[in-house]
Write a protein of this length. Structure first.
Length: 547
């Protein structure tokens, strides 16, 4: 055995003994993390109970250095996270073909347990942001065995072709080894609760791969399973897919261009099918070993940008039907947010067959409000800003305050997920008001600056206001959020609605501990409930009717 291999083996044994140490992990659980349908929502079940991911994703390179991660753990604890999303890099996992180094995996698991945090591993395998930058050197150099995708000019790209069985089998072997190791070291402890398979898949700089094998498949028959799906679900297909199919008179046999027409749209439909099939096979093999929840994320396209100018063929809303048919082993598809239209994209991803989970969103000044909307309105499984360790003073970040509030409410949120008793709103200067109904009451939610009391109300842009509202009884509500003012009216008759009481306080161990009663100036003498802009908290509201 070489000295390098001996060192790796010794290190792995030491790390394994640390992971199994009862000083680090004292609890064991019978069932693995899984998903459970609850009403219209899907819940992540961890340690035999619903788990709301209040997470953060590390920067792409952070997880590659154990020493660097020491500072990250401190930052995320200060932000009140319960989950860290961190990459696992194929090139570091399998530096030589068939030889696996799990030292990084073991260190992440050990440190997460020490800090009482969960992990979602991001498999940076065949693709990361379209490119194959994290595949091992032995694959990069042997491009004849492990071929690249070609552009339309026949020029090889730094992207593994999804049409190569060798590429697929190499990814499967590495991912299977990873899942086997996670199962062996963590099955009883549930530190690792989810896996993202690949990262922001998509073809560049053209809409499809032009490798000769890809072109042969383009000229082959469209798979029967896809034809059957689009026939069965014609009325609900995404408009882009329906439009492409309509252009040929809804043909049900032939090659890809015969069925969907000759266009960039067809190129994207075609490549999406093969990206999804490839990723599904990787996921299937991983789940055979350890079937915890697995998902795929998407780099969102921008309006009026052509496929190939954005990563073409990823799990985007306009081709989500392709991914759903081709990749049934993948539990859900998720958006990565680096554009402003938060509501629009969430509406497209939250479907009966797809719960909302936000694994990556720009860590900006709006996230602390948006998380209330994601949890309240979309009943999201989780929320995770990107480069979470980048905050200069994490203990002062408002996101940490939002996470603290939502942690307090987590059991109550779980009890109301999938039910009409929980909803939420997001407001800013462009959309300053919203209306929600709960039983006999109508809530009018407006941005705090609509009151006109703040000198900042005259600014061109307002900070986002967000709120989660939970109806715990006919007249009683738990409300958490920031930057909103709420008034109330009757939804069922001409009665007037009054505020019986508003209390601020904390919610822990399923018990409300009241603080101040806010029936005076804070509620404008019983006219509204208010969270001033920049203030984050929980209030208990009781309403009544009178004439």
């Amino acid at each position: 055995m070489t000295s390098l291999k001996l060192h790796t083996a010794i290190y792995s044994l030491i790390m394994l003994s640390l992971i199994e140490s009862p000083l680090i992990a004292q609890k064991k659980f019978n069932s693995s993390p899984t998903l459970h349908k609850e009403g219209t929502a899907t819940q992540l079940i961890v340690e035999d109970k619903p788990f709301l991911v209040l997470g953060g994703e590390t920067g792409n390179s952070s997880g590659s250095d154990i020493r660097y991660m020491k500072s990250v753990w401190k930052a995320v604890k200060a932000l009140n996270l319960n989950t860290v999303l961190v990459p696992i890099y194929w090139e570091l996992l399998e530096p030589e073909k068939g030889r696996f180094d799990f030292s990084l995996v073991d260190s992440l698991i050990k440190d997460a347990r020490q800090h009482n945090l969960k992990l979602a591993f991001l498999w940076f395998g065949s693709w990361k942001n379209s490119m194959s930058c994290y595949v091992p050197a032995w694959i990069k150099k042997d491009y004849k065995t492990y071929p690249r995708a070609y552009d339309k000019n026949g020029i090889a790209q730094e992207i593994l072709s999804p049409f190569s069985p060798n590429n697929l089998q190499a990814d499967i072997a590495a991912f299977s080894a990873l899942m086997k190791h996670i199962k062996e070291t963590d099955e009883n402890y549930h530190t690792v609760i989810m896996i993202q398979v690949e990262n922001e898949i998509g073809m560049l700089p053209d809409a499809r791969d032009y490798h000769p094998q890809a072109t042969r498949e383009l000229n082959g028959e469209v798979p029967k399973e896809l034809i059957q799906h689009i026939q069965k679900n014609k009325k609900t297909l995404a408009s882009a897919l329906l439009k492409a199919w309509e252009s040929t008179g809804f043909k049900t046999s032939g090659n890809w261009e015969a069925v969907f027409g000759k266009s960039l749209a067809t190129d994207e439909i075609f490549i999406a099918w093969y990206f999804a099939k490839y990723t599904n096979r990787v996921t299937e093999e991983g789940k055979k070993i350890y079937p915890i929840p697995m998902f795929v994320n998407a780099a969102l396209n921008r309006p009026n940008v052509k496929p190939g100018d954005y990563p073409s063929g990823g799990p985007l809303p306009h081709i989500i039907d392709i991914w759903k048919v081709a990749a049934p082993a993948i539990d859900f598809l998720s958006p990565d947010f680096y554009n402003p239209d938060f509501k629009h994209w969430n509406d497209l991803y939250k479907r009966n067959d797809n719960p909302l989970f936000i694994p990556e969103i720009r860590f900006d000044s709006s996230v602390y409000a948006k998380v209330f909307y994601a949890v309240g309105h979309y009943h999201a499984m989780g929320f995770s800003p990107f480069s979470i360790e980048s905050a200069a003073t994490p203990e002062h970040q408002p996101l940490g305050q939002s996470y603290n509030v939502l942690t307090q409410l987590s059991s109550l949120i779980a009890a109301h997920q999938g039910k009409s008793t929980m909803n939420g709103s997001l407001v800013d200067k462009t959309i300053p008001a919203d209306t929600l109904t709960f039983g006999e009451y109508t809530f009018t939610i407006k941005h705090d600056y609509t009151l006109g009391w703040s000198p900042d109300a005259k600014k061109d842009a307002w900070p986002h206001g967000g709120v989660t509202i939970i109806q715990v009884a006919a007249d009683e509500f738990m409300i958490a959020g920031t930057g909103v003012v709420i008034t109330f009216s009757s939804a069922t008759d001409k009665s007037r609605v009054g505020i019986l009481t508003i209390e601020e306080g904390t919610y822990n161990d399923s018990k409300w501990t009241p603080g101040r009663v806010l029936n005076g100036d804070q509620s404008h003498q019983g006219r509204h409930l208010r969270f001033p802009a920049g203030h984050i908290g929980i209030q208990r509201l009781v309403l009544y009717k009178y004439k």
